[in-house]
Design a protein around this ligand. Structure first.
Ligand SMILES: *[C@@H]1O[C@H](CO)[C@@H](O)[C@H](O)[C@H]1NC(C)=O
Ligand SMILES: *[C@@H]1O[C@H](CO)[C@@H](O)[C@H](O)[C@H]1NC(C)=O
Ligand SMILES: *[C@@H]1O[C@H](CO)[C@@H](O)[C@H](O)[C@H]1NC(C)=O
Ligand SMILES: *[C@@H]1O[C@H](CO)[C@@H](O)[C@H](O)[C@H]1NC(C)=O
Ligand SMILES: *[C@@H]1O[C@H](CO)[C@@H](O)[C@H](O)[C@H]1NC(C)=O
Length: 382
């Protein structure tokens, strides 16, 4: 008896001493957790697949979009970049072109006349390496070879570390261009529905509240969601106002003329797909608060980035199934139009083509200049 206990202890010690090769759960997910929060990830796109937080009844609910079957992510034809890391230059590059030191580079036009998320072979469609994993943290890394996305030259090494602590999900990214200057702009493309699609009254996102206290100004965009260069100020109560009151609903303007078509596509895009500046925020202050009275959950974003993209899921067409952790059988089963919101902290989209914004040089990275990005989401009750 005594002998075998010792043997068990010895085995346990060996297990502790040998670093474990990161292995996912049986369903392919890597799980990290802390009090009040559990997050799950896959290497494909360095994607967050599930995020469980407490609702007002004390239940754990899954507040981000995704699929049950992890092998479906690479196959999904509609591929909305669910909670992945697009790169090396997220969002749009106008007319598929940019210049560095007088040289013009042509990128792939995969979104009308523009480049979206760096074109095909973008980072959200690659299998990243798991380079660290513990009970509350995971790191994914990628080596992006020169020109593997058309017109993106120079090798870039990048990693993202996701960690959790008391009801908070923290995201830290770094990137280095190893041999030449290249544009770098990253984001975590997180899609939320804070009701986990369990509100029987509506699957839509319009009843969520959204507050951006430091974002009176936003970028004007054309019909293809490309910034025109102009910076506009949202008057209180107008369609693009989320700064004037913490109780504004995401759908506060849904009956105003112009809401249909507010995100372009010649009137076909209802709601939001644009960029809001964050200006004058005190260090450490929440810059975005998303809330839902139905679940009682609120999510607060803190970030070192100068703005956020808001996209209210106009192009979700009801073809994608919800995860089994979400929805109501026979009532809400699909990801229907305008039923989620992507909130993406990032630098000014297409800033490489807008010297008048003074972001152009800041978005170019070469040897000796490291790209850094840091944000966190803290969950609580309204
Ligand atoms: C990203 O790359 C994949 C794989 O090449 C491609 O199917 C997809 O269309 C690209 N994404 C975008 C937004 O262009
Ligand atoms: C993962 O690591 C292997 C071995 O170092 C490397 O060959 C591969 O390119 C890496 N994958 C990515 C996506 O960086
Ligand atoms: C980048 O790749 C394209 C083909 O996809 C090729 O035409 C072009 O010459 C390459 N550019 C460089 C600098 O290698
Ligand atoms: C918009 O109109 C709908 C249908 O008439 C109504 O149910 C809703 O309360 C209105 N929303 C707002 C924010 O005015
Ligand atoms: C860019 O810098 C110029 C000169 O300092 C300034 O006038 C302008 O307002 C800046 N643009 C933005 C968008 O901050």
């Amino acid at each position: 008896m005594r002998f075998s206990l010792l043997a068990v202890a010895a085995v346990a010690e060996v297990a502790l001493a040998t670093p474990k090769r990161p292995e996912p759960d049986k369903d392919g997910r890597y799980t990290i957790s802390a009090p009040g929060i559990k997050a799950q990830f896959i290497p494909y796109g360095a994607t967050l697949t599930n995020l469980f937080v407490k609702d007002k009844n004390g239940n754990d609910i899954d507040v981000v979009l995704g699929y049950d079957d992890v092998s479906y992510y690479p196959k999904d034809p509609s591929h909305p970049v669910y909670n992945a890391i697009p790169g090396r230059y997220a969002n749009r590059i106008g007319k598929g072109q940019y210049k560095i030191d007088g040289v013009t580079y042509n990128t792939e036009k995969n979104d009308g006349e523009n480049t979206l998320h760096s074109g095909t072979n973008n980072w959200s469609f690659r299998f990243w390496n798991v380079t660290a994993f513990s009970s509350d943290s995971i790191t994914f890394s990628i080596l992006d070879k020169s020109n593997s996305s058309l017109g993106m030259l120079g090798d870039v090494k990048s990693s993202v570390t996701y960690s959790v602590s008391k009801s908070t999900w923290k995201i830290k990214m770094t990137a280095k261009s190893l041999d030449q200057k290249t544009p770098i702009l990253l984001t975590q493309h997180t899609y939320f529905n804070l009701d986990a699609y369990r509100n029987p009254a509506t699957p839509k996102i319009w009843d969520h509240t959204l507050y951006l206290p430091f974002s009176k100004r936003y970028l004007e965009a054309d019909q293809g969601a490309l910034p025109t260069g102009k910076i506009l100020t949202a008057a209180p109560g107008s369609i693009n106002d989320f700064a004037s009151s913490p109780s504004l609903l995401l759908g506060h303007a849904r009956n105003q003329t112009g809401f249909e078509g507010n995100c372009g596509a010649n009137g076909a895009c209802e709601g939001y797909n644009g960029y809001w500046l964050i200006e004058g925020a005190p260090r450490g202050a929440p810059v975005v608060t998303l809330g839902s009275a139905f679940s009682g959950v609120k999510a607060e974003l803190r970030t070192d980035q100068p703005g956020v993209v808001l996209y209210s899921c106009n192009w979700m067409d009801g073809s994608a199934d919800l995860k089994s952790t979400q929805g109501i059988e026979g009532v809400n089963e699909k990801v229907v139009r305008s039923s989620c919101i992507a909130i993406e902290a990032q630098d000014w989209p297409d800033g490489i083509n807008h010297p008048e914004w003074n972001r152009t040089k800041k978005q170019i990275y070469g040897p000796g200049r490291t790209y850094n990005w840091e944000s966190s989401w803290t969950f609580g009750l309204l």
